[in-house]
Design a protein around this ligand. Structure first.
Ligand SMILES: NC(=O)c1ccc[n+]([C@@H]2O[C@H](COP(=O)([O-])OP(=O)(O)OC[C@H]3O[C@@H](n4cnc5c(N)ncnc54)[C@H](OP(=O)(O)O)[C@@H]3O)[C@@H](O)[C@H]2O)c1
Length: 360
């Protein structure tokens, strides 16, 4: 039986869901994959890193979290206040990183992911910040250490988009990607299309728990820009900066514009798009771009767009997200699914972990 020693950083909504799933699925993992996943260390902002060489009993950890006791109360656990120090000393086979890393500088996830890859650990992460700001560097660090770095939950929260691009569509020449990538923004736009104004749509999203008290990242496009940068890395192998993305938030669209567009048989959606262009502005495929036969650039935009109803993205309503991938070799492929939710994010991490377990 293969052993997979797991370090889990972040024991909040997503981290706890993943731990619970690993516990529930342990027999299946052993029988189907021949893998025993042992949770060796857990790190949080308030409790530092706890470690147990024999592994933790997951229900006991979840009970500590549920009853708001410190994780350090776990019997006979070794404790480090400094997580990086503890991680360097205890290592493991895989790091599951689910901290609340920011989109501004990617920390704390960025340092944790770098440290784990440098230690030769595989990494699965649900944090957008590190992947958006340093995705290509991190992937090359992973390659240098012959380990995998997977991040399914960072785009469309675990709906299998990145694995569709990386594995399902391996070998295709992607020309362009378009997506509705923020659930909150799409929920508000859908509410406006149903006759509410922006303030009512936002209040409704907040009341349902779909929008933060300050929804700026969602409605001004920061969240969608981060996901667009991750797609630029995964689908096109290019490192773009946030400043490279042309960005307009949904607050730039009036309720009147949305209603007028509806009357014309169209829908306004907040669309993220990436396409490879020649110097003359012609769309080209990744194969041509990679051949170096002509200079190309990757155009990245996040902006409200009026779409005809025949466009699959036009019919994505509420919290649903979707992504359409255009290639040289197949017709457009569209993936539709939830763009948020702890179940989906945890599931994306679990799927990444299983992909690593299969290859490990
Ligand atoms: N929830 C979702 O639907 C969803 C979907 C897709 C992606 N994500 C991403 O997944 C990540 C985790 O989300 P979440 O909803 O689980 O967040 P959360 O409930 O706020 O939990 C965050 C966890 O990270 C820990 N943490 C924060 N700063 C840390 C630090 N410096 N060092 C170590 N641990 C630290 C927190 O510790 P304390 O408990 O001590 O504060 C907490 O355990 C985020 O990057 C989020 O963007 C979430």
């Amino acid at each position: 039986m293969k052993q997979l020693r797991l370090a889990l950083l972040g024991f909040g909504t997503v981290g706890q869901w993943l731990a619970q799933a690993l516990h529930t699925q342990q027999v299946w993992l052993q029988q189907e994959l021949g893998v025993v996943v042992t949770l060796m260390s857990v790190g949080t902002r308030h409790h530092g890193l706890i470690y147990r060489d024999d592994g933790f009993d997951i229900p006991t950890l979840l009970e500590l979290a549920a009853t708001r006791q410190p994780l350090t109360a776990y019997p006979s656990a070794t404790h480090w206040t400094n997580i990086l120090e503890g991680l360097q000393l205890t290592g493991g086979d895989v790091l599951a990183e689910a901290t609340g890393a920011t989109l501004r500088h990617g920390e704390p996830g960025l340092s944790y992911i770098r440290a784990a890859l440098s230690l030769g650990m595989h990494v699965v992460t649900s944090s957008k910040g590190p992947m958006a700001l340093a995705g290509l560097d991190l992937l090359s660090l992973a390659r240098a250490h012959a380990v995998q770095l997977r991040m399914e939950s960072t785009v469309m929260s675990g709906t299998p988009v990145l694995s569709t691009i990386r594995e399902g569509m391996a070998g295709t020449n992607i020309r362009a990607i378009r997506g509705v990538l923020n659930g909150t923004g799409n929920y508000i736009l859908s509410a406006i299309a149903e006759g509410r104004d922006y303030a009512e749509g936002r209040a409704q999203a907040q009341m349902q728990g779909y929008a933060e008290a300050d929804p700026t990242d969602d409605v001004e496009g920061d969240d969608a820009v981060a996901k667009t940068l991750i797609l630029a890395t995964i689908a096109f192998g290019r490192a773009l900066l946030p400043a490279h993305v042309v960005r307009r938030g949904i607050t730039t669209v009036s309720s009147e514009q949305i209603q007028q567009t509806l009357d014309q048989g169209q829908r306004i959606k907040h669309v993220s798009s990436l396409r490879l262009l020649s110097e003359e502005g012609m769309e080209v495929s990744r194969a041509i771009a990679n051949s170096g036969s002509m200079p190309t650039r990757l155009e990245a935009r996040v902006e409200p767009q009026a779409l005809p109803l025949s466009d699959p993205l036009a019919r994505i309503d509420g919290l649903l997200n979707a992504i359409t991938i255009q290639t040289d070799t197949s017709a457009e492929v569209t993936v539709i699914g939830p763009g948020a939710g702890r179940f989906q994010a945890g599931q994306g991490m679990l799927a990444d972990l299983i992909a690593i377990a299969k290859g490990a």
